[in-house]
Ligand binder design. Structure first.
Ligand SMILES: [Mg+2]
Length: 374
């Protein structure tokens, strides 16, 4: 491989309309989503793409994310050798604290360049794939539950078997009614998973979650606020159903705390929380050492970030609980990839072509761009 240099960096802030509403214990999403799409050009004629998908109530704001890329990470990237990914990510952490979505976008664009230059898919750069496809989960989160059940039935017909019901925003009785209807109307081979997105009050959580256990969920995700780890640990000990930590685990240090004290049975990895695939794999390794399996979570991403998450999961044995990369196919008005994101018959197929594996439709990126920073 000949030496390569990054010659230009562009950030497109896109606003893409969404087709369905989403309600969560932590906040609602409707109308449209804003992403920071990163384009890195090189003197080898190879272009790498990244997608930062911040959410103000979870990881951070689009404004701060855009500034991190445009102001703080630009000087690290322009002129750099894109193959020195670990070194560049270290410089990024030194230049700006936090901003994991911006760092995830930066890292996936670097891997996209190196993959195309070497002729290898990102999964192979990370150690090689241990799976060729990943079971896909759809989130049941529409405030109109009838419409959601129609969607669930349609997706079940398409082959999806994993469904994650978002709870904790409309009251306990309403949550139980929704679970009851799901179990009554959807065949028993569909897995029901429950995600409170921190929506419970710790003092009454155990009693309410014992009611939820009657519907045999595969796991119960993040019932209490992320920083209430003692309460999370108490719930994990009290329930028979596995408890999954999401908002409680952003960094490898968080993972070490949760794993060493067994505060949860399972952990959700997300490149937007951790700041990339390498950080996600560190977290999966810490969890693996404690016998904690991981799940492939995501934020309101385009297919670009879904592809990075797909390669990470493909190359990481311990992220074994499937993924929720449904937004590109079922949520956004249109995705930014030139071909459909490969979610087929309820599974995400890991690309075999170099880099991220699917080209970005740059005209469409420009169409949805509301701001551009060159
Ligand atoms: Mg979650």
């Amino acid at each position: 491989m000949n030496p390569i240099r990054i010659t230009a960096l562009t950030v497109y802030v896109t606003r893409i309309p969404v087709r369905i509403k989403r309600r969560h214990g932590s906040g609602d999403v409707e109308g449209s989503v804003k992403n920071a799409i990163l384009k890195l050009e090189t003197d080898a004629g190879i272009t790498g793409w990244g997608d930062a998908a911040p959410w103000a109530v979870f990881t951070g704001t689009i404004e701060a994310c855009t500034a991190a890329l445009n102001v703080y990470l630009r000087p690290i990237l322009v002129g750099a050798d894109p193959t020195r990914i670990e070194e560049l990510m270290g410089k990024a952490d030194h230049a700006v604290v936090g901003h994991p979505e911006a760092k995830a976008a930066m890292e996936m664009a670097l891997f996209d360049i190196v993959g195309q230059a070497s002729g290898l898919p990102i999964a192979e750069l990370l150690g090689g794939r241990c799976r060729d496809d990943i079971p896909l989960s759809f989130s049941v989160a529409d405030p109109d539950f009838d419409r959601d059940m129609d969607t669930v039935k349609r997706l079940y017909g398409e082959g999806l078997r994993l469904f994650k019901m978002k709870t904790g925003f409309a009251g306990h009785a309403q949550d139980l009614t929704r679970m009851e209807r799901f179990r009554k109307e959807i065949p028993a081979d569909a897995e029901l998973r429950i995600d409170y997105n921190q929506g419970m009050e710790a003092h009454d959580a155990i009693r309410q979650l014992r009611d939820v256990e009657a519907f045999k969920p595969t796991f119960i995700e993040q019932p209490v606020p992320g920083n209430q780890r003692a309460a999370l640990a108490e719930i994990t000990r009290a329930l028979d159903t596995p408890v999954l930590a999401d908002e409680s685990v952003f960094t490898p240090t968080d993972a070490l705390t949760v794993a060493s004290q067994r505060m949860a049975d399972l952990v959700s990895t997300k490149i937007m929380k951790h700041g990339g695939m390498l950080a996600g794999r560190k977290i999966a390794a810490i969890c693996e050492a404690a016998g904690i399996a991981c799940y492939g979570g995501d934020m309101f991403e385009t297919g670009i970030a879904h592809l990075a998450g797909t390669h990470m999961i493909a190359a990481t044995p311990n992220i074994s609980l499937g993924c929720e990369f449904y937004q590109a196919t079922y949520f956004l008005e249109r995705d930014l990839l030139a071909e459909p994101f490969p979610a087929i018959k309820g599974r995400v197929v890991v690309p075999r072509t170099p880099g991220l594996g699917i080209k970005v439709d740059e005209d469409r990126v420009r169409h949805y761009a509301v701001e551009t920073f060159k």
